[in-house]
Design a protein around this ligand. Structure first.
Ligand SMILES: C[S@@+](CC[C@H](N)C(=O)[O-])C[C@H]1O[C@@H](n2cnc3c(N)ncnc32)[C@H](O)[C@@H]1O
Length: 237
């Protein structure tokens, strides 16, 4: 069952890859750019630090890390969609300090790295697509050095005021239409609201992070709760 889910997700991202960036900017009114920037600004790593961006997609987080932290850090981006990775590769080739980013193909649930390798690990809009979130977080925990931090950026449903009703309407009716129009893939943009709706609330997700071993977990709601940034640390047990 898990392999079927993984294949469905991978093929879906392979199909929507050419229009992925355009649709992200369009559907979020460019907020996605700001949210990634926010996440990266929270990262604390030493000079010469090593970072891993899981589910790196078209490379926006990795590029933002180098933009903010400079080329004294190195970033590894991993994703299982070849089409998303190819677009990331094209963007990174155009950067003057792109050699600080290394891309590789792989599954978040089976990261090909030794334990205690990375000073920080990021995942933006990726964990929602992974059914077994606890296993993924346990794998992330293992690859981090002691003292290392994990940052998870994810979409969410706003809870208060009139926004939930509007958001439901936008997510259920408008977004799939725009998505289908531009990407020619209605299923992907019907799947998006379902995956956001079924994502645990911040307290429950923080509990999963804690179960995976992370400590000092905090979260910050962005844009009235449309996105949430979670931060946690690997500390001495
Ligand atoms: C919504 S995109 C996010 C991409 C990027 N992080 C961003 O900020 O735009 C989700 C990405 O997660 C990748 N992905 C989903 N499940 C994965 C898994 N189990 N292993 C590796 N990559 C995965 C998809 O291929 C896709 O590129």
């Amino acid at each position: 069952m898990k392999n079927v889910e993984l294949r469905f997700i991978r093929e879906m991202f392979d199909q929507i890859a050419p229009r992925y960036d355009l649709l992200n900017r369009l559907l979020s009114c460019r907020q996605d750019v700001y949210w990634r920037r926010m996440m990266v600004s929270e990262i604390k790593v030493p000079a010469g630090g090593l970072l891993l961006d899981v589910a790196c997609g078209t490379g926006d987080v990795a590029i933002e890390i180098i933009r903010q932290k400079g080329s004294s850090v190195k970033v590894c981006g991993i994703d299982f969609s070849t089409s998303m990775l190819m677009l990331a590769r094209d963007k990174i080739r155009d950067m003057h300090d792109g050699s600080n980013i290394h891309l590789l193909s792989g599954n978040a649930l089976n990261l090909p790295f030794k334990a205690e390798t990375f000073d920080a690990l990021t995942i933006a809009f990726g964990i929602r697509n992974i059914v077994d979130k606890l296993s993924a977080l346990q794998v992330f925990y293992r690859t981090l050095t002691t003292g290392g931090m994990v940052l998870v950026l994810e979409l969410a449903f706003p809870e208060k005021g009139l926004l939930p009703a509007f958001y439901h309407f936008y997510f259920r009716k408008i977004l799939p239409l725009i998505g289908a129009l531009f990407s020619k893939n209605l299923i992907a943009y019907q799947y998006l609201p379902c995956s956001v709706e079924s994502f645990p609330d911040p307290y429950s997700f923080a509990a999963i992070m804690r179960k995976a071993g992370f400590q000092d977990i905090r979260w910050k709601k962005l844009a009235l709760g449309i996105a949430v940034l979670y931060v946690g640390y690997k500390k001495k047990p």
